[in-house]
Design a protein around this ligand. Structure first.
Ligand code: ATP
Ligand code: MG
Length: 399
């Protein structure tokens, strides 16, 4: 009897807790699952508090499972063999998918009480069949080499599986609203985006680009990061802001040690306007306290004071090593360390001020026509939408 994985079982977690919102959360989760599986052939089935992906090409199982492990709101995933609930059929399938030898246990979960056997009895009958089919198998409930799980569901089918793969947890992306991520080409900001997406935030992204000082490759790096992130966060619209003129102006009129502080103030102002435009309730950055001169409490105060929208800094208390560990897990690290210049390194002063005073920043900045510079930069914004599997959908923003 040849038996193949024909159903991928999806269990979802925290959204159960949300009572009245459950239908809304589920509709987002389902939409996100379908988004993640874009481009693959399958059928989505919803049944009694679980989801199943079926009718796929068996060669796609690992691809499907890999994509599902990145969808927030999923608790766990089990590639399974689905058979009609019938003792003989279940036993034969169990035999077909089990190793011929080794210590095993059978664990039955019975939601369907129609079979005249309780879970223990059913496990014993299936186990007995496995022993009879191969004498090299032995039962050991505690020190087993493999555990065959049998879920007997109310839909008349039983699902047999070995693997229970941990899902991404968190909340379905979209349920917590939208936020505007300041995405540099560095290690931190993609991780910051990931952390917020995990709490159900749909991300928009903005990148400040200093053409011709930063190259096309630097921009490609940011798009590649956004695409990687989209495996978790869903489709991401990235706004690319030409930043060179602003940098020239600051460089020319302000003391060099205030270069970064004032640059950051421009970044925040533009991000806030974009955020309002895209119905985002917050800005997200990858800042971590004390990591560099521009991330001291005083520096953060100077950059923060130009906006009124909430600014989330999910990595504020994280060490670099912790951030790197996450970036490796979400596979952005290798992209982040590609050696292209970021706009911030182009006019990098030798001695950035570590404890800038807000009134100094304001005073130096008053030498500039802030509004005109912002408007000109915003008029040059280009947007691209990035998603897994999707080709780059590019458009010049018409603002
Ligand atoms: P990262 O690894 O995220 O680049 P970093 O340690 O290099 O972080 P900074 O360069 O000081 O930190 O930037 C702090 C934050 O400011 C970044 O995490 C990001 O959110 C934002 N940022 C910096 N440069 C840019 C940029 N060119 N475009 C968009 N956002 C930026
Ligand atoms: Mg950076």
């Amino acid at each position: 009897m040849e038996v193949k994985i024909n159903s991928i079982l999806i269990r979802y977690g925290e959204i159960f807790l949300k009572g009245n919102n459950r239908a809304y959360f589920e509709s987002l989760l389902i939409r996100n699952i379908k988004g993640a599986l874009k481009g693959l052939d399958y059928r989505f089935v919803r049944s009694q508090g679980r989801y199943y992906v079926e009718d796929f090409d068996v060669d796609d199982v690992e691809e499907i499972v890999g994509r599902l492990t990145k969808v927030f709101g999923i608790h766990s995933i089990s590639p399974s063999v689905k058979v009609a609930t019938d003792l003989q059929a279940v036993s034969e399938a169990a035999d077909a998918i089990s190793p011929r030898q080794g210590k095993f246990r059978v664990t039955v979960k019975r939601a369907d009480k129609k079979l005249n056997l309780n879970s223990m009895e059913l496990a014993a009958r299936i186990g007995g069949y496995l022993l009879q089919k191969s004498p090299a198998r032995t039962v050991d409930l505690y020190a087993f080499d493999f555990e065959l799980n049998v879920d007997v569901r109310e839909n008349g089918f039983s699902y047999l599986f070995y693997r229970k793969i941990e899902g991404a947890q968190g909340l379905p992306v979209g349920c917590s609203g939208n936020a505007m991520l300041l995405l540099s080409g560095g290690i931190d900001s993609p991780v910051a985006g990931y952390v917020m997406a995990k709490r159900g935030v749909k991300l928009y992204a903005v990148h400040y680009h200093s053409f011709p000082y930063t190259s096309e490759l630097a921009l490609q790096k940011v798009k590649d990061l956004a695409r990687k992130l989209s495996a978790y966060a869903g489709e991401i619209e990235l706004s690319i802001v030409p930043f060179t003129k602003i940098q020239y102006a600051i460089h020319e009129h302000c003391p060099s040690e205030f270069m970064i502080s004032i640059m950051r103030r421009f970044m925040m102002r533009i991000a806030e306007r974009l955020a309002i435009d895209k119905h985002c309730g917050a800005i997200v950055t990858g800042e971590s306290l004390g990591q560099v001169a521009s991330q001291t409490m005083q520096s953060i105060n100077v950059t923060n004071s130009v906006v009124t929208i909430p600014v989330f800094r999910p990595l504020i208390g994280s060490d670099k090593s912790e951030i790197i560990a996450v970036s490796e897990k979400i596979d952005t690290y290798e992209i982040s360390i590609r050696p292209y210049e970021d706009c911030c390194t182009v006019f990098l002063p030798k001695n950035p001020v570590i404890r800038p005073k807000l009134e100094d920043a304001v005073r130096y900045e008053s030498r500039l026509d802030v509004e005109a510079l912002i408007e000109e930069a915003m008029a040059g914004i280009e947007t691209v939408t990035l998603s897994v599997g999707g080709s780059e959908d590019s458009a010049t923003a018409s603002r």
